[in-house]
Design a protein around this ligand. Structure first.
Ligand SMILES: [Zn+2]
Length: 671
């Protein structure tokens, strides 16, 4: 992974504010580079000690800037070393045994000469000079880092309204009851109004002095790597905010939002006007749309957190939009957002996306149990896995229940249905919202997904891998091992200049060896130097019918953190079913590998998102922590990690499958 998300002091905050207000149901979400698991870039590659496997070791150059005894792996000139954070670090190495100085002060290095020196950044250009003690400082390695200064706040002496600051910045479609938030940056201490669709909205300064003398700021939260920053009130002095709630009789179309800045309330006072980029329209009638392709990404807000993806041809009603996003009306009080490019208009069809459900059928196939819900067309759905395990809720929208009974496949008690499902029940949660609850016999779930077969929505529930616990092996387990990054995507760059991708592969290969030694069937998502996209990796795991997907990465930190202090082994899960595996893998890794415990966390990562199987991501160590890097590059340590991960898989399976064997289904099940 690579947490090099910049702390952004971007002033598009008024837009974010508008979006969150428009999307009333959206939850707050910490923003990180979650779409790609990592995305740092570099040119060349470095060497890693040969693993015990006869994989070719690629002769290569370390990534970074080299001068004499010093290699600087970060920052190395990318993006002109522009770093928008109050501090960064110099990551690199010096010939072992040499004393390294930074502007005359000794830099802490480990035995291999690796260093990770935190440096503070002032606004503007910051010069650093690294040189080896005893050598001339002028022969040292010089690096300049620029911290962009925040845009200046408009002075009270000016009389100006900034056109690029005006919100809405994109066209928006709204319906009655929606709140439109309006924002502008203009000279402090003036009067700002916005006019649109026959309404005039008075804006107020974002920073206000209260009666008790305290200054209030009602916005300005920025987050990075789980840390929340409150913007300074002084940086928001020229920000004005307003809002308007759309009334039932409003019917403006493509209304311009015209802002007026007035020196004072006096008649004839000096004034200027400016127009927002975005226009506002009331969506009077629902717009019928359908999803354009498989795995359509569905979000809780425009560009915000994801929810269950939808297959092609699912029909939805839009009741709003923001720029390039449709807002879809699932049920009263329940919306999702899909990119406009991912949807097609159902211009010819006047058939609304509504259906009823009568029977629900339980069936069995090679994946496991099937809960089949016949509908008259493809309708949107969401799946929720109960946090305590043992329950799957399928929410289907546009549905009115007419369900009187749930049929079973009447197969013998050894069918997947009989083994997995305790009972199925349903309820009408609200108008157009039908919830089908599948109560499972075990709290341990092994995988699930939903798709359409014609117009029948099918919830698939996976049977556990067919492993004989008595055998002491992993025979019967199919596992997909994903060494993170590779090819054109190096991942994080280590102190030594080695690419994270190279280390991930060496560790993944050892993991594969150890799993195969235990009898498991292993599928790798890439070869040593191959590039594979995130979806490609997930597709590999699904196509191979893997029971598990484990992604192997190594960690780094964002600017402003201290690699000497924050480091260790960690793991990540997204669906509840994978939490136990993630926990066990990290615990075992800490025990066997001896690195610090950096914890197990819920995180929305591409390689944790597939639900068809158990999926988790392991960050073995930090490549920018000198001591952890020394371990990660050691072939013995790599072998230990491989074995440790394989043992954690075995322990997990044996615990769960052992438990399952003691949990025989009752003969009355599914009748
Ligand atoms: Zn990574």
């Amino acid at each position: 992974m690579n947490f090099k998300t910049r702390i952004s002091f971007s002033y598009s905050l008024s837009m974010l504010l508008f979006m969150s207000a428009f999307n009333l149901g959206a939850c707050a979400q910490l923003k990180r580079g979650t779409e790609t698991d990592d995305a740092s870039k570099a040119k060349s590659i470095s060497q890693v000690p040969a693993s015990s496997e006869p994989e070719p070791v690629i002769p290569s150059e370390p990534v970074g800037i080299k001068k004499g005894d010093i290699l600087l792996a970060y920052p190395r000139g990318e993006n002109n070393n522009k770093i928008d954070a109050p501090a960064t670090f110099l990551i690199g190495s010096v010939t072992a045994g040499k004393k390294l100085l930074l502007d005359g002060q000794e830099v802490k290095t480990n035995a291999q000469g690796y260093f990770a020196q935190v440096v503070k950044l002032a606004f503007g250009k910051n010069d650093f000079n690294l040189h080896v003690d005893g050598q001339g400082a002028s022969d040292g390695l010089k690096v300049t880092v620029e911290r962009p200064a925040p845009p200046p706040v408009l002075s009270t002496n000016s009389f100006n309204i900034l056109p690029e600051s005006l919100s809405p910045k994109e066209d928006i479609g709204v319906t009655a009851g929606d709140i439109i938030q309006i924002a502008a940056r203009a000279t402090p201490g003036c009067i700002v109004t916005a006019k649109f669709g026959g309404h005039t909205v008075a804006l107020k300064p974002a920073v206000q002095k209260r009666k008790d003398g305290k200054t209030t700021v009602n916005l300005g939260l920025a987050t990075t790597f789980g840390v929340t920053f409150q913007r300074s009130p002084s940086a928001l002095k020229d920000l004005y905010l307003g809002f308007y709630k759309v009334a039932p009789n409003d019917n403006f179309q493509n209304a311009n939002v015209i802002f007026t800045l007035q020196k004072s309330a006096a008649k004839g006072a000096q004034s200027i006007q400016a127009k927002a980029e975005g226009k506002v329209s009331v969506v009077q009638q629902p717009i019928l749309l359908s999803t354009a392709h498989k795995d359509t990404i569905v979000r809780l807000g425009p560009g915000q957190a994801r929810t269950t993806p939808l297959p092609e041809g699912v029909r939805l009603m839009a009741d709003g939009y923001l720029g390039q996003w449709w807002r879809l009306d699932l049920a009263p009080g329940r919306h999702v957002w899909i990119a406009k490019e991912d949807m097609v208009a159902d211009e010819e069809i006047n058939n609304v996306p509504l259906s009823k459900v009568s029977t629900v059928n339980l069936e069995t196939d090679s994946y496991g149990a099937r809960v089949v819900v016949p509908l008259n067309q493809k309708l949107p759905y969401q799946i929720e896995q109960d946090l305590s395990g043992g329950k799957l809720s399928l929410h289907i929208f546009g549905i009115t229940s007419d369900t009187d009974f749930v049929t079973s496949d009447q197969k013998p008690s050894d069918s997947a249905c009989a083994k997995l499902i305790d009972y199925v029940t349903w309820r009408q949660k609200s108008d157009r919202h039908y919830e089908l609850v599948t109560q499972l016999k075990s709290k341990d779930q092994w995988g699930f997904y939903a798709d359409y077969e014609e117009n029948s929505l099918v919830l698939h529930i996976k049977t556990p891998p067919p492993i004989d616990v008595e055998s002491g092996t992993l025979k019967g387990l199919t596992i997909c091992v994903d060494p993170g990054h590779g090819g054109k995507e190096p991942g994080a760059i280590a102190c030594s200049g080695v690419k994270e991708a190279t280390l991930n592969y060496a560790l993944g290969k050892q993991f594969q060896n150890a799993l195969e030694a235990l009898g498991a069937k292993v599928i790798m998502t890439r070869t040593a130097e191959q590039y594979a996209g995130l979806q490609e990796r997930v597709d590999t795991a699904i196509a191979s019918k893997a029971d598990m997907l484990i992604s192997v990465h190594n960690n780094s930190l964002p600017d402003g953190r201290d690699p000497w202090k924050e480091h260790g082994s960690s793991s990540y899960w997204y669906h509840t079913q994978s939490m136990g595996l993630a926990n066990l893998a990290r615990e075992r890794l800490v025990k066997d590998g001896g690195l610090k415990d950096f914890g197990t966390r819920y995180q929305n990562l591409a390689l944790c998102r597939p639900s068809n199987m158990l999926a988790c991501l392991v960050e073995v160590g930090f490549v920018i922590n000198p001591d952890e890097l020394s371990a990660l590059q050691d072939p013995k340590f790599q072998e230990t990690v491989g074995k440790s991960l394989a043992e954690s898989v075995k322990t997990f399976l044996y615990q769960k499958l052992g438990g399952l064997q003691n949990n025989q289904p009752s003969p009355a099940a599914n009748q």
